[in-house]
Design a protein around this ligand. Structure first.
Ligand code: AMP
Length: 361
């Protein structure tokens, strides 16, 4: 049996957050703004989220006794990181409400399950093939005219666990690197642009959808996000219907991020994240209610906030190699700097982001 909340949480209640990174930090800060206490659970010392949380527990994501103690100390549990074991979430669901549910996590953790889920909802996805052997891969490549993207089904991020394949690829070496992990082959999408959709849903089934955000990646890491995305009115309405359909089908509670490709034939879903998302950081400063506050409202059973953007915005991620520039960003007008409190500025590590606003046109 899973525990369902009976009434909205009052200020003073404690929100449990699994995961200690910058998303957890910004969730904890937003929770504090609404008068909540927070308890962060993560395995790293001095984690960005723990630095700003009322309480913290340092333990492994599979440590059941520690998860039990954590669940006993909070009123609702959420997570900022989708690679936590589903079994840890189902374990906690016996004791406290957990949002988003284990079902959303299960779908998001496996690319085959995720794409099949979208196809069953009759949403656009690129052609995809289950790969469990070198023979499967060769057959799938024949079906996609020798080109495609091979992705591990689980635990890929920022381009890790991914290989772009063409006629000249050294398949044997790639198969060796794959090392028996289950994978999918996706047909290459000739997209015009990449966007993300953020939708919040509460347990009553109310939804609040943000305008689509346009994303540019550099070296497989999100570089900039821009609101609004360049979409036609038809595409924008397709995006909203799609986001609400996915959230309803998952009986989702919280903020859900959906990454899509814009193609001349319409929108194709690439992947979902059952959590607040890097591309949504600009909503903090550009929308009446940003994604972090919205997520806290949704899981606390509050009315959803106003997702409308009062300004246009461009968010830029500052990585380890960019962070020394913080003084330049700090000196600019209409610019909001958010630094995550990470001690080590390694190359490629997300250290901060900056959002620049401009008046709506
Ligand atoms: P993902 O890990 O699925 O988010 O993929 C990372 C990036 O690779 C995406 O943001 C796209 O730029 C690119 N990509 C992923 N899948 C495809 C595809 N099927 N066709 C073309 N580009 C893709």
């Amino acid at each position: 049996m899973t525990i369902k909340p009976t009434a909205p949480l009052s200020p003073g209640a404690c929100i449990g957050i699994i995961g200690g990174g910058q998303l957890g930090r910004m969730l904890a800060l937003a929770a504090a703004e609404l008068g909540f206490q927070t308890h962060v659970f993560c395995p790293e010392e001095n984690a960005p989220a723990a630095q700003v949380s009322t309480f913290s527990t340092l333990a492994d994501y599979e440590d059941k006794p520690a998860l039990d103690q954590f669940a006993a100390s909070v009123d609702v549990v959420t997570y900022e990181f989708e690679n936590i074991p589903v079994s840890s979430v189902t374990h906690m669901e016996q004791h406290k409400p957990v949002f988003p549910s284990a079902k959303a996590l299960e779908v998001a953790q496996d690319r085959w399950v995720e794409k099949s889920f979208m196809r069953d909802l009759e949403l656009g996805v690129t052609e995809f093939y289950d790969i469990t052997s070198p023979q499967d891969l060769r057959a799938a490549l024949d079906a996609t005219n020798g080109e495609g993207i091979l992705k591990t089904r689980r635990f890929g991020y920022d381009g890790k666990g991914q290989w772009r394949l063409s006629a000249s690829s050294q398949l044997d070496a790639i198969i060796a690197e794959l090392d028996g992990q289950a994978a999918i082959l996706e047909a290459l999408v000739p997209f015009e642009r990449e966007i993300s959709l953020l939708v919040a849903r509460n347990a009553a089934g109310d939804t609040a959808t943000y305008e689509a955000i346009e994303n540019v990646h550099k070296n497989h890491i999100l570089h900039t996000s821009t609101l609004p995305a360049r979409l036609s009115a038809t595409q924008a309405s397709q995006a909203q219907t799609m986001a609400e359909k996915i959230a309803d089908a998952l009986d989702y509670v919280g903020v859900l991020a959906i990454e899509c490709f814009v193609t001349p034939q319409g929108l194709l879903v690439n992947e979902i994240a059952p959590r607040v998302h890097n591309s949504g950081h600009l909503t903090q400063d550009a929308c009446h209610c940003g994604q972090f506050e919205q997520h806290i409202r949704a899981i606390a059973g509050w009315p959803l906030g106003d997702a409308h953007a009062h300004s246009e915005a461009v968010m830029t991620n500052l990585l380890g190699e960019d962070i020394n520039d913080w003084q330049n960003w700090a000196a600019q007008k209409a610019t909001y700097l958010h630094i995550y409190g990470k001690a080590e500025a390694n190359p490629g590590r997300k250290m901060a982001h900056v959002t620049r606003l401009r008046a709506r046109r």
